[in-house]
Design a protein around this ligand. Structure first.
Ligand code: F6P
Length: 520
């Protein structure tokens, strides 16, 4: 039987361990008294080296967390995901983004009955999509590719295209339009010509208001600019091919309801990535993710990096009570990584009820935020070093640069190391203002190079660590009902902005509606 984390025998033991010594653990002393600390808390996973030693835990705590994970049935839950069981219980769906990066024909122990058929379809669609991407790349008459999509249909592809800019076909400009704010689409359209533009309409459901509004405006602009062939200049990436056709878009690439939006960059939603880096690069991205999947699926829990990170997340959230995690990628190309991780973590684990629908007695998703280093250092790192809250920092660095400029990369890496060191070591100041308390935690993730394969592994690592904490919390990490209410109310208010009808609205909404309509 598997238990919710707070029902396991380890939960009170962890609470006791935290009160007894965990809350007072001093990292400087921990390193001084244990020459093996770095060795114990660091490891090489596929493409990603991780140093977890500058975190506020010790080997005993980690062992208790691992026992708790076993008592919660984490390995069984993980295997159920890989096998295609409907673990997204509120929607009755399997969660199979790992299938999107599984090599053709690979069977795994425990595979559900549909897996082989689904995998065959994945590869048929992937081949078609990648052939299309390579054809677009070879077509010099197309100079601009515009991805219209939001949330998972924007954040993943946009982040990856920026991250892999060194691998890009520089012959094409890629644009990402997500917001319903017409300023965004209008600005992009001003730079385009209908005859040389390809629009990719990316939406799992093909009902999302922002994307549908932008798609209709793009179609109208295309017609008004004398565009001739919608079949050639528009493609839809969606599970709802019928809806795309109803909008007049006949070129379509499908995927399946068992791919969550925020887990979809590996599917047809990744087409902009494939256009940017080509089919071989996209296959490398998938291979990198698959290597991490295999690590997560098969490595012993104590040497399983997504498991260790997820357990650390639970330790920090539920025992230390830390409310946020700061992400600092020390690579400018990873500048959208924090935004991407925000959706991954907060839409997945921002839940207040368990699988049984009952309110939880413990905290779930932290707030994720961050900016690339070194920029963040000159903005909010002050608070990390001397603020009243402790915020665990996750640094992501890349050992080898892909630019030729001398001196820069060592300065960048030195800053990453120095920040983590300063947070931990601190400094006695001559007065309170100049005092650095130190003992502030950080995790250091290191890629040898930023490539499609290493990016794939890094993203899969993050997906799986979110799974781990969500699994211990016994929440459904794969639905997102919390975004629904605002969507419904926006429809109602949109009609009221036209009519001026404020009947039944609260005083503030009615007052603002009037102000927006009339200017006073
Ligand atoms: O509003 C949340 C959400 O449903 C996300 O989960 C999703 O990634 C995004 O909207 C976009 O959805 P779609 O791809 O269906 O347009």
């Amino acid at each position: 039987m598997s238990l919710r984390c707070d029902q396991t025998p380890q939960w009170p033991q962890l609470q006791a361990a935290f009160s007894a010594h965990g809350s007072r653990l001093d990292l400087r002393e921990a390193f001084a008294s244990d020459a093996q600390r770095f060795r114990h808390f660091s490891q090489q996973a596929p493409q990603v080296f991780a140093d977890l030693s500058k975190n506020l835990w010790d080997a005993d705590t980690e062992a208790l967390l691992l026992d708790m994970a076993r008592a919660c049935g984490l390995p069984q839950h993980r295997d159920a995901m890989f096998a295609g069981q409907p673990i997204n219980s509120t929607e009755g769906r399997a969660v199979l983004h790992t299938l999107l990066r599984r090599p053709r024909g690979l069977a795994l122990p425990g595979d559900g009955p549909d897996i082989a058929q689904n995998l065959a379809e994945v590869h048929t669609t992937l081949d078609a999509m990648l052939a299309y991407a390579d054809a677009v790349r070879a077509d010099s008459s197309i100079t601009d590719v515009v991805n219209i999509g939001i949330g998972g249909s924007d954040l993943g592809p946009h982040m990856a295209v920026l991250a892999l800019e060194q691998f890009r076909d520089q012959g094409k400009r890629l644009h990402f339009v997500s917001n319903v704010d017409g300023h965004e689409l209008h600005t992009v359209l001003q730079s385009l010509k209908a005859r040389s533009t390809l629009f990719l309409i990316a939406s799992k459901t093909f009902t999302t208001a922002e994307t549908m509004t932008n798609a209709r405006s793009a179609l109208a602009w295309f017609a008004a600019e004398g565009g001739q062939d919608v079949g050639r200049h528009f493609a839809a990436l969606t599970t709802n091919v019928e809806a795309a056709k109803a909008l007049g878009i006949t070129t379509t690439f499908g995927f399946w309801d068992w791919v969550g939006g925020r887990y979809s960059l590996w599917s047809a939603i990744g087409l902009p990535i494939a256009v940017a880096i080509g089919s071989a690069g996209f296959r490398d991205l998938l291979a990198g993710a698959h290597a991490m999947d295999e690590h997560f699926r098969t490595a012993p829990l104590a040497q399983n990096l997504p498991v260790r990170l997820g357990l650390l997340d639970v330790w920090y959230r539920n025992f230390h009570g830390f409310t946020s995690r700061c992400i600092a990628p020390y690579h400018a190309a990873l500048r959208r990584l924090s935004a991407y991780l925000q959706q991954l973590e907060m839409e997945s684990n921002g839940k207040r009820v368990g699988l049984d629908g009952q309110p939880l007695a413990y905290a779930t998703s932290p707030v994720l935020w961050g900016e690339p280093g070194t920029n963040g250092q000159h903005a909010f790192f002050q608070m990390l070093h001397q603020g009243t809250d402790v915020v665990p920092l996750e640094l992501i660095a890349v050992r080898q640069p892909t630019h030729p400029l001398e001196g820069h990369h060592n300065k960048l890496l030195a800053n990453a190391l120095a920040q983590a060191q300063a947070l931990m070591v601190g400094k006695k100041g001559e007065d309170g203002h100049r005092h650095f308390p130190g003992n502030r935690p950080s995790t250091f993730l290191l890629l040898d190079e930023l490539s499609p394969a290493s990016l794939g592994a890094l993203i899969a690592l993050q997906e799986h660590r979110v799974f781990v904490s969500g699994s211990l919390w016994r929440i459904n990490s794969f639905d997102q009902w919390g975004v629904e209410l605002g969507k419904v109310l926006a429809k109602d208010i949109e009609a009221r902005l036209d009519s001026g009808d404020a009947a039944g609205l609260d005083g503030s909404t009615a007052g603002l509606l009037e102000r927006l309509r009339t200017g006073h």
